[in-house]
Ligand binder design. Structure first.
Ligand code: 0X9
Ligand code: ZN
Length: 549
């Protein structure tokens, strides 16, 4: 029973031993009768009914809805996704991507109904509702309807259950070799701080079993591979996401693995945007907004991975009903509530579809953070070190890392603090015991960005940098910025050259007009050079932007 404490909201449910055994997965597999909802719940969709519904929507709106299988579940069911946009036949990765998914947890059938509602809201409303049309035209919207189809089907054929035909199944249907208990909690199987923090179980009998390794479930792999495939030119296309679960009427933001509000792997700006968006959605659907870990600690859950690895503004919605003591009913609200309890989320969905295109809009940072480039350097968005293969630096070259600060004769040479988050580009991140041990030596180190398309009426290029050096530095030492055009021609747009004295590290913002590259696809190039004689030299770079005009 100790595992039930991982889900405090469910604890009241586990008074009865029989029910606890059911929920812990000890039911032997039953003959696979065609799973269907009982007479009082026929408006819920089982797998076949879901497939029929989404195919019918595609047939009715082929211009804006494309149905795709993105992979298969453990038992071989297709995991279906809708791609919705103004020309759905064609992939449009240049538009912000908004992702929804549902049914990680088998018994949370209302979550699938919310996904189907979202599909219908967009497809059926496109022709008549200008708000719907605007988000469909301006976004590429992805809906993964059932991450765990095997579990959901299994949940409908537990005729031995004390609440037939449901068995309150949660996990997937993957056997656990050596154990009589089946199933992994897919929402503990994602590979970010997996199994780190007591927010999951290593016991296959547990309803929160995290699997034998991160991404050991085919279903989490399918979501992972799809999201990874949306990294295009180094940039994650998907900007915002909601995973539908039940229940509790909550809007939850990351992280689940830690109680810290802004840990090392979240920026202050991102946290502020999460809170603002979370509250804005909750104001629209009457839910409560809070950090995931305020509810309870989880590790390996989907939204921690989506934000931690991909910096997607990712939320969990716990749908109807609110938390109550009668927990059995909480997973199986009667089908008459489906229409109202999914429609109540309309305004919150439309908010996410709109503001989720640039989440920092929620905190008024549209101009700085919503241009064609905003890179806080917390993850690698396609930067190459030594892109030409002719760098001459012998040590202390550019690294995207958490920097170790140090001073020389009391003067800061390398900053241990960044402009945002915990990482920057820095020449040799580690101190290695003495000032000259890991500074830039021997020549030039170069980094080059992924391609970025400058707008026709462009805003400025801005970045924060420093170049610090000791007294023996020479005028051959420098930090430089270049813009490289599509033909590979580089134009120097900024240089900080040596000055004839000790120079301290201090974050300084540079600002460069981008009008010469209006409408062009360019790359940014930054170099730091120790031109000799050997001297103490360090450079840093953070928060690179091409702003809105
Ligand atoms: O435990 C879960 O996976 C989610 N709740 S549910 O009742 N649908 O199982 C919550 C996931 C969000 N993360 C945290 N609350 N830490
Ligand atoms: Zn759930």
């Amino acid at each position: 029973m100790h595992d039930a404490t991982r889900l405090p909201r469910l604890r009241s449910l586990f008074g009865a031993g029989v029910l606890a055994a059911l929920l812990l997965g000890s039911l032997a597999p039953l003959p696979a009768a065609a799973g269907d909802f009982p007479a009082q719940d026929t408006r819920y969709h089982n797998y076949a009914e879901m497939v029929a519904d989404i195919m019918a929507v595609e047939a009715a709106h082929p211009d804006i809805v494309k149905i795709l299988s993105i992979g298969k579940s453990y038992e071989g069911r297709d995991i279906w996704m809708a791609r919705i946009s103004d020309n759905a036949a064609v992939d449009q990765p240049e538009k912000p991507g908004i992702l929804f998914d549902a049914l990680h947890h088998a018994r949370e059938h209302l979550s699938l109904e919310q996904a189907l509602y979202t599909l219908h809201m967009l497809a059926d409303g496109y022709a008549t509702d200008p708000v719907v049309k605007a988000v469909v035209d301006g976004r590429e919207i992805f809906i993964i309807f059932a991450v765990n189809p095997d579990g959901a089907e299994y949940d409908l054929r537990c005729t031995g259950s004390s609440h037939p035909p449901y068995c309150a199944w949660r996990k997937n249907r993957q056997p656990n070799g050596g154990s009589r208990y089946s199933g992994t909690d897919i929402n503990r199987n994602y590979g970010y701080h997996w199994a780190c923090c007591g927010g999951s179980s290593g016991n296959p009998a547990s309803i929160t079993y995290h699997g034998r390794s991160a991404f050991s479930t085919p279903e989490a792999q399918v979501v992972r591979d799809f999201v990874n495939s949306r990294v295009i030119n180094g940039r994650q296309q998907i900007t915002a996401h909601v995973t539908f679960h039940t229940n509790g009427q909550l809007v939850l933001w990351p992280y689940g693995y830690t109680k810290a509000d802004v840990p090392y792997d979240m920026t202050v700006a991102d946290h502020r945007a999460f809170v603002a968006m979370g509250k804005a959605m909750a104001a629209r659907n009457g839910y409560r907004a809070e950090q995931s870990s305020d509810l309870y600690i989880t590790d390996g859950d989907e939204i921690d991975w989506l934000y931690g690895v991909h910096r997607i503004f990712s939320f969990t919605w716990e749908l109807y009903p609110p938390e109550t003591a009668t927990v059995w009913g909480d997973f199986y609200p009667p089908d008459r509530v489906i229409a109202t309890q999914t429609a109540r989320n309309r305004a919150a969905l439309l908010y996410l579809l709109d503001v989720g295109g640039c989440p920092w809009r929620a905190i008024g940072l549209t101009k700085t953070n919503c241009g064609p480039l905003y890179d806080d350097l917390e993850i690698n968005r396609g930067w190459q070190v030594n892109p030409d293969g002719n760098d001459t630096a012998t040590s202390g070259g550019w690294e995207l890392a958490k920097p170790q600060g140090y001073t020389y004769d009391g003067v800061p040479m390398q900053l241990g603090t960044t402009v945002s988050g915990s990482k920057d580009f820095v020449t040799g991140a580690l101190y290695k015991g003495s000032p000259n041990a890991n500074d830039l030596d021997g020549g030039q180190t170069t980094i080059r960005s992924a391609p970025v398309t400058v707008w026709a009426a462009p805003g400025d290029l801005t970045f924060y940098f420093y170049l610090a050096h000791g007294a023996s530095s020479s005028r051959r030492d420098a930090f430089r910025a270049f813009v490289e055009n599509a033909s590979g021609v580089r134009t120097q747009v900024f240089a900080q050259i040596w000055s004839a004295k000790v120079f301290p590290a201090r974050w300084t913002q540079a600002r460069i007009p981008m009008t010469p590259w209006a409408g062009q696809t360019v790359r940014l190039v930054f170099t730091a050079t120790d031109g000799g004689p050997d001297s103490l030299l360090e450079a840093g770079l953070d928060d690179i932007r091409i702003e809105r005009p």
